[in-house]
Design a binder for this molecule. Structure first.
Ligand code: AMP
Length: 615
């Protein structure tokens, strides 16, 4: 089992090329490498000393994207076309983000479906994968500019709580940006590596990583055993961070100034910026005095600490919860690591140190520590750190064919061996008695471009309406590199399995070629995938709409029926020859037409059902 990486420029294996570590953050992103001379991790900085790239993307009228500080300027003036926090949307469905819809100032398509979210800017629709790829592309370009060499291989970090779909989405974003993603690493693991933890053979440690950034908080408990990092528990609040501190300061000032009305956007922004300034100042001083427009504002450290105490207490409660989930007590924790800009606040540091009863690790820059650790991991993968144990890994991704001939990856390439993953699928047709399972190996989005390893039928599924059967497909790659695929219908218990040798017949050169193809074709593949997905969504919507109209025709007005008929016809027409954006826009307009009457009919049905019943 080999670890294979490629140089996209030459298509050949090149051991000398730098592998970069990337912290793809919710608010900011950055890149680090191991310095060729000092052999120490360092973040890449522009001439002006700037390392952080704000994870913000602005789209102009023509759909051209700008990323970073330039894009950030548009947050206030063009909120609809300026995308921030794309990371929060990775691998999420509409339903997952509904609760926080008001958080996003841009349009997150909020149809009532289980499919993945899209963002609309202008007349274009973007997946979170595409949005993240814009940020990664910018990081790649900057890194190449600073290093004066091509950058094609990377390690990217993700939160420990990211699920399979979110990790895969991050990999895909890398691929789309022209990066060969060698490994997805947990952020707390990277932070531990940056502090040199887990680098000694036989070392056993339990570590708490406390990560309080601009908009998110998480705490992870890790067990490190001879170079293997295991996440024992994670806890946190994905909508808690330094921005809450800023907001609380603004509210405090507004009430002190007796300003009861919400200030206009520009003024609100000026207050927010001054609040952030005050917060940072108070990390090193006892008081702050400043001005917002004509208003003088001030804040003492005591006042600040009182204001943010509830937030800090909440994070401490999360730490306690994580410990109990890991079935550990405070005394079990050997090291505490601080990550994220907001851990610079002395009250935060002290509260965490008090809870764990020990000094925290805060000697590295908390904004940089994750990227630094990613660089350490990259160096290990590059084979420069020979003392470090490298586990056997799968050289190509393994997955199955899903609707429309798309590849659904269960075990991503470079996964450790042995490895086991299960995922649930369901049927497409009413009464469907069997399901064909086709197993593929490769990095392309469309299965026909990958290599088919096996195919079998799961038969004997009892007759049920479409979507009801629960078919669990599990992939196990054992220590010998043999893949065992099992399919089981969970309601009835029928099951079937096959055994395959994934690499059989593939030379290193062939594997290398498959990887190269996947990156050079990433953009086209992505477009085909997006079109297939939009069309699948359109077909489901057309079915639902026709069904609904068939049952409730007499409850709709002539105008509603006509408008629906037109929208249906347009969508059917676009299914044949439309682009992804056209299909998406037609889905949106059909949804907008049907939503009001669908809600009305539902309400009527409920009131009929409730008649005469007391609650
Ligand atoms: P991150 O998401 O890790 O980049 O963290 C950014 C957050 O850290 C923002 O809310 C910043 O306002 C906050 N931050 C940065 N520097 C300081 C500081 N010196 N004191 C307090 N908060 C800070």
């Amino acid at each position: 089992m080999a670890k294979i990486s490629i140089n996209i420029a030459t298509g050949s294996l090149q051991q000398q090329e730098m592998i970069v570590g990337i912290d793809l953050g919710t608010t900011n992103s950055l890149v680090a490498i191991i310095h060729p001379e000092s052999k120490k991790p360092v973040v890449l900085k522009e001439h002006d000393g700037h390392a952080l790239v704000p994870s913000v993307i602005h789209f102009d009228g023509t759909g051209t994207a700008t990323v970073g500080d330039e894009a950030k300027k548009y947050l206030i003036t063009e909120p609809h076309n300026t995308i921030f926090s794309a990371k929060r949307l990775m691998g999420k469905s509409y339903n997952d983000v509904r609760e926080h819809a008001s958080f996003f100032t841009y349009k997150v398509i909020d149809d009532n479906t289980e499919s993945l979210v899209k963002v609309q800017a202008g007349n274009k629709f973007y997946s979170p994968i595409e949005l993240s790829s814009f940020i990664l592309k910018e990081l790649k370009t900057r890194a190449e500019h600073i290093l004066k060499t091509q950058v094609t291989r990377a390690v990217i970090t993700v939160p420990a709580y990211f699920n399979d779909a979110q990790r895969q989405a991050t990999r895909d974003a890398g691929k789309l940006a022209g990066l060969d993603v060698l490994r997805i690493v947990n952020e707390p693991t990277a932070a531990s590596l940056a502090y040199g933890l887990g680098m000694d053979k036989g070392e056993v440690r339990t570590v708490a990583v406390y990560d309080l950034g601009g908009g998110t908080f998480d705490v992870s408990i890790l067990r490190i055993n001879s170079g293997i990092f295991e996440v024992l528990a994670t806890n946190g609040d994905t909508y808690l961070g330094g921005a809450d501190f800023d907001r609380a300061i603004v509210n405090y000032w507004l009430s002190k100034l007796n300003l009861n009305e919400t200030p206009a956007a520009e003024m609100a922004q000026a207050f927010r910026l001054q609040a952030e300034e005050a917060k940072k100042h108070l990390s090193v001083s006892a008081s702050f005095d400043g001005k917002v427009g004509e208003y003088p504002v001030s804040l003492s450290k005591r006042e600040f600490e009182d204001i943010i105490m509830p937030f800090v207490e909440k994070t401490i409660q999360c730490c306690t919860n994580a410990l109990s989930d890991a079935q550990l007590i405070i005394g079990d924790i050997d090291e505490v690591i601080m990550v994220g800009g907001s851990t610079r606040v002395p009250l935060v540091k002290n509260a965490v140190a008090d809870l764990f009863g020990k000094k925290v690790n805060d000697s590295l820059n908390p904004d940089e520590v994750v990227a630094l650790g990613a660089a350490v991991q990259a160096d290990i993968l590059a084979g420069n750190n020979k003392d470090f144990l490298l586990l056997d890994i799968t050289p190509l991704s393994l997955g199955i064919e899903t609707m429309g001939g798309l590849m659904d990856v269960l075990i991503p390439r470079n996964s450790k061996i042995p490895s086991k993953v299960s995922r649930q699928y369901t049927t497409q047709k009413d009464g469907q008695g069997s399901m064909r399972i086709s197993v593929y190996q490769g990095e392309r989005d469309i299965v026909k471009d990958n290599r088919k390893l096996a195919e079998f039928n799961l038969t004997g599924i009892p007759g049920m309406p479409a979507g009801l059967p629960k078919v669990e497909i599990s992939f196990l790659v054992n220590a010998d590199g043999i893949l065992i695929v099992k399919a089981k219908e969970l309601r009835s218990g029928v099951e079937q399995s096959v055994e395959v040798k994934p690499q059989y017949g593939l030379s290193d050169e062939e594997v290398e070629k498959m990887l190269l193809d996947s990156i050079t074709n990433a953009k086209d593949d992505m477009q085909v995938r997006a079109l297939v997905e939009a069309k699948t969504e359109a077909r489901i919507l057309l079915d639902m709409t026709n069904n609904f109209i068939g049952k409730n025709r007499e409850l709709l007005t002539i105008q509603e029926l006509e408008a629906t008929e037109n929208a249906v016809q347009r969508l059917e027409y676009l299914l044949i020859s439309g682009s992804k954006d056209e299909v998406q826009a037609a889905i949106e307009s059909l949804n907008e037409i049907s939503r009001p009457y669908a809600e009305r009919v539902m309400d009527q049905a409920i009131s009929v059902a409730m008649k005469g019943k007391k609650i």
